[in-house]
Design a protein around this ligand. Sequence first.
Ligand code: ATP
Ligand code: MG
Length: 438
Amino acid sequence: MSQTLQAIRGMNDILPADAEVWEQFEETIRDWLRAYGYRPIRMPIVEPTGLFHRAIGEVTDIVEKEMYSFADALNGEQLTLRPEGTASCVRAAIQHNLLYEGPKRLWYMGPMFRHERPQKGRYRQFHQVGVEAMGFSGPDIDAEHIAMCARLWDDLGLQGVRLEINSLGLSEERACHRADLIAYFSDHAALLDADAQRRLHTNPLRILDTKNPAMQDLVSGAPQLLDYLGEESLKHFEGVQQLLKDVAIPYRINPRLVRGLDYYNCTVFEWVTDQLGAQGTVCAGGRYDGLLEQLGGRPAPACGFAMGIERLLVLWKDQGHRHETPAPDAYLVHQGEAAGRFAFRVAEHLRSSGYAVQLHCSGGSFKSQMKKADASGAPLALIVGDDETAANAVSVKQLRESAASTTPPVSQVRVNFDELADHLGEVLFSTEDNHGNL
Ligand code: ATP
Ligand code: MG
């Protein structure tokens, strides 16, 4: 017996009812990004493995254990399914010299791949919307990114998404903190778990990001990076906070927020909810002033963020939001061979005039076809039988009462082919309130 083929664990099909929600979300996203002047960019899904090693850092969860990497079967080149978008976006900016005429505001959306243990809100193929601003150094762009997120939650009607911010300072400041951190953790070496022991001398900052409950007390007592910030870093961080206050965006400073990727400096932030269990971070980002140079480009400051679409949409649904399936303007039923050919032509003609028409296919009695017409949610059924075909006409039946009109709908009228498009316009206009669209 042949085994049923299944999708790969942690990689999901998004079925029509959900895919329509995704489309609606994507429309919201495009309008929102346009309002802030961001332009789209699309990068490949597969990149040379080395890009992520150089950008994300060797001693990170992603590079150590989450990447889908493989050798190209034809030429042996080491390739990786992108685990995030910033590295690719920066690579593209450098490769195409995108900053030659000044700073750039960019965004992208698409699948990312991480070999994690699948659970609610954590998948092996998941999707992000990413926003990157390159060439900007002031705190205004960091604050713009945060304000953008706040506005999106509002546009989507999401409640209870909290903002946490921190500053990672400059690399010299992190170096002093790092030395003290290593000393502190070395003094408590017996309390470190295996990950932390391994990271003690390679990436001690990441120990602060541990999800191990047994290490929380130890981590709470560790030296705080904020105490090591110099004048310039503090001024930048205060600048961000001032702008957030100016537009009334509440935030909490979380000194343990260090982010899981090495490329960040200065401002980092996360948007968190308590409503998604352990997978509570819906969006995260910050400044990465060193990354362009680190990847071989001309030095340029930059910052960005990425949000997890699956987590946002689960939250959106859990908060009671619903999406209505868009209905066609008309459902076209027909019977007989000549009528079938005429109906096909009628449907194409109406689509050319801008209507959404669902043509009944694969036969059945008029009665069963009319049931389908009703179930489609269309306000109109178009009926084509032998009589209509002979008369070059279509019978138009209103399936729903118009909310706008006080008179009951005329049950059925026959309309000549040439007048059909105009007629539909008149009828649909008066039934618009009753329309099942978004
Ligand atoms: P987490 O701490 O939950 O693993 P992360 O810090 O690894 O998140 P980022 O690399 O900052 O995540 O990615 C930005 C956003 O992408 C996250 O806040 C989250 O919403 C989403 N995300 C990350 N990994 C996954 C995943 N495996 N499945 C679904 N969404 C994810
Ligand atoms: Mg992660």
